[in-house]
Design a protein around this ligand. Structure first.
Ligand SMILES: C[S@@+](CC[C@H](N)C(=O)[O-])C[C@H]1O[C@@H](n2cnc3c(N)ncnc32)[C@H](O)[C@@H]1O
Length: 165
């Protein structure tokens, strides 16, 4: 399976040896590649659509059979803003609107759940508003870099943020 340049760029910017969260994972392409790489001790898949998560679980179970060993994969069929677990390591949120990403981050911050060292954020629209308004309001994080990736003729921005020391 070949990852798109956008998803492979996101993965390249994740901190290895730390958990990775694929939020709004859809078919889980990013998380599956993270599992395959064996660079991340846990991979967490989150999507609000139950059948996407159950299909993904099945697909990954098959892989477990093939590899005859446990894969450190965890599944959450819930709206991301309702997660009730601590998010550590790398939190990747890609391919949804900027407003939704803001809602997730605010909900997790308010609940004290956002403990990630790195955020990799790729809103699919309103990127400039995200950069100008949302990122400066993330008091615990600072922007390390932004990367433009061309996907089907359109530049998509990825924002990489680190937790402030
Ligand atoms: C376009 S796909 C993005 C897939 C992948 N992250 C990417 O960038 O290619 C958007 C996914 O977000 C999920 N989604 C939308 N709102 C959500 C929410 N509030 N919580 C969890 N998942 C959500 C949808 O079910 C869908 O699978």
């Amino acid at each position: 399976m070949k990852l798109s340049l956008r998803l492979s760029t996101a993965l390249e910017n994740a901190c290895p040896q730390q958990p990775l969260w694929d939020i709004c994972c859809d078919h889980g392409l990013l998380g599956i590649q993270a599992l395959r790489s064996q660079n991340f001790p846990q991979v967490h898949f989150v999507d609000q659509v139950p059948h996407l998560i159950s299909k993904l679980q099945e697909k990954i179970k098959l892989k477990i059979k093939e590899a005859s060993k446990e894969l450190p994969a965890f599944f959450y069929s819930t709206p991301a803003e309702s997660l009730q677990v601590e998010l550590t390591g790398n939190v990747c949120i890609l391919g949804i609107g900027a407003q939704k990403i803001e809602i997730f981050l605010r909900a997790w911050e308010d609940a004290g759940l956002l403990q990630a060292d790195r955020l990799i954020l790729g809103p699919h629209k309103d990127e400039q508003w995200f950069l100008d308004v949302v990122i400066p309001n993330l008091q615990n994080y600072e922007l390390q870099k932004q990367v433009a990736v061309n996907e089907r003729g359109r530049d998509r921005l990825l924002f990489v943020l680190n937790r402030r020391p």
